[in-house]
Design a binder for this molecule. Structure first.
Ligand SMILES: *Cc1c(COP(=O)(O)O)cnc(C)c1O
Length: 421
């Protein structure tokens, strides 16, 4: 769905999140967008059917192509991002793959951030390579790495900011300038910031991707994705590819996400206020070795964060004493904060990449990718700050209290305790 900027251009972001993408003409004066749970739409006549298919007449045909509820969500997100239009997809990965499939052909090169979302990286590394598309992965927090990797065949620069799990940033205006110089598209996965805090199109990005599963839906109960484009040509391309490949969204899913989106500003304001306070608390905690949060003046890209973000976000990573063992102790002792992957919900989630999501990668490769043994990632939610701080404090204080028993060590201890010993 294309944006109707006339309606919303004067409004602030928090108002836009609540009002963008409503219906121009409601059926019964309804305030909430209805769920149009229908797979297909009747044509008044054969001639109307033909006119709709040819694009001469507006109107719905079939829900894989367009659906009023899905269109309402698309218009909301496109308006928030300041894009020409948006295409909703079944998952965040369907959004990523729609972008790859829309703009990359055999012989093209991609320059991608080395810390992009795991599945986004795996598609490039082991799937697109089968179609003759090659990727160079670089640490995009340093623009010179992007510049050095660019070739005449580079068709796309694909980055995230803030990045996972280092919470380092990519300079969006700088990356856009490099991409432009080489005639490549800049695609930005804006999931970690949300459009409430950062709008990559304002800095020159051509394409913005979201996993709506995270901040935009915000309640850890729906999966979804979105592609927003700067211009009409790219919109038409993504719309065609996503519809053809069947990557599009279901109306019920769209309705749930629209309901979450309406409170985006409230949720993010509260969560990032908590995050700032928690980052300061963690910085002063004796069991914490370092903290990466763009709102701290110790963050090497604090000034960049102030330039390109409207707030410092809700994601923190930090290091704990005793490396792998310390991380495991923390995971096993939090009581309020949930031990789970994913992010962006009202509830705080914690994860330890070295022992969980990235445990299968050999330790030295992990370290090279910046996934240190002691690194813990926290997605800060909307709970009371005092409760979050107390929970982290009690769990952190358990670090070093006892030794983690590996299966081998446990077997030795069990053997020693056998009767008769
Ligand atoms: C979760 C996530 C994705 C994938 O989204 P799904 O909704 O799980 O398919 C892509 N990019 C980022 C940055 C994510 O956090």
């Amino acid at each position: 769905m294309k944006t109707d900027l006339k309606k919303t251009v004067q409004l602030r972001k928090s108002t836009t999140a609540i009002h963008a993408g409503g219906f121009e003409h409601s059926l019964y004066g309804e305030v909430s967008v209805p769920i149009f749970q229908t797979s297909t739409f009747a044509f008044p006549s054969a001639a109307d059917g033909a006119a709709r298919f040819s694009g001469k007449q507006p109107g719905y045909i079939y829900s894989r192509l367009d659906n009023p509820t899905v269109n309402a969500l698309e218009e909301s997100v496109a308006t928030l991002e300041g894009g020409f239009g948006a295409v909703a997809t079944a998952t965040g990965m369907a959004a990523v793959s729609s972008v790859y499939l829309s703009f990359l052909s055999r012989g093209d090169l991609v320059v991608a951030g080395s810390c992009i979302y795991g599945s986004s990286r795996v598609i490039l590394e082991s799937e697109l390579i089968r179609y003759g598309v090659e990727t160079t992965f670089v640490d995009s927090s340093d623009l010179s790495n992007i510049e050095k990797a660019m070739r005449p065949e580079t068709k796309m620069v694909f980055v995230e900011t803030p990045m996972n799990p280092s919470i380092k940033l990519t300079d969006l205006a700088g990356a856009a300038a490099i991409a432009k110089k080489y005639g490549a598209l800049l695609a930005v996965d804006n999931t970690f910031a949300s459009p409430y805090l950062q709008r990559p199109i304002e800095f020159g990005a051509d394409i913005v991707i979201h996993s709506l599963t995270k901040f935009i839906n915000g309640h850890a109960d729906v999966i979804g994705g979105m592609v927003v484009t700067r211009d009409e040509e790219r919109y038409d391309r993504v719309k065609k590819v996503a519809s053809l490949f069947g990557n599009t969204m279901d109306p019920h899913q769209a309705w749930l996400i629209l309901r979450g989106l309406r409170t985006l500003a409230l949720r993010v304001d509260r969560a990032q206020e908590n995050a700032m306070k928690l980052a300061r608390f963690l910085e002063s905690h004796p069991k914490v070795t370092w903290v990466s949060y763009p709102g701290l003046s110790s963050h090497p890209q604090h000034e960049l964060a102030k330039r390109q973000m409207d707030g410092f976000g809700c994601m923190i990573s930090f290091g704990v004493e005793n490396g792998l063992e310390g991380g495991i102790t923390l995971m096993n002792n939090v009581r309020l904060i949930t031990l789970a992957v994913s992010l962006g919900g009202v509830e705080s989630l914690i994860e330890h990449p070295a022992s969980m999501t990235h445990a299968s990668i050999p330790a030295d490769e992990r370290r090279e990718a910046g996934i240190f043994d002691e690194l813990v990632r926290l997605s800060v939610g909307c709970e009371d700050f005092e409760d979050l701080r107390n929970d982290l404090d009690q769990a952190l204080n358990r670090i070093g209290e006892y030794e983690i028993r590996t299966p081998a060590l446990q077997a030795e201890i069990d053997a020693f305790q056998e009767p008769g010993c």
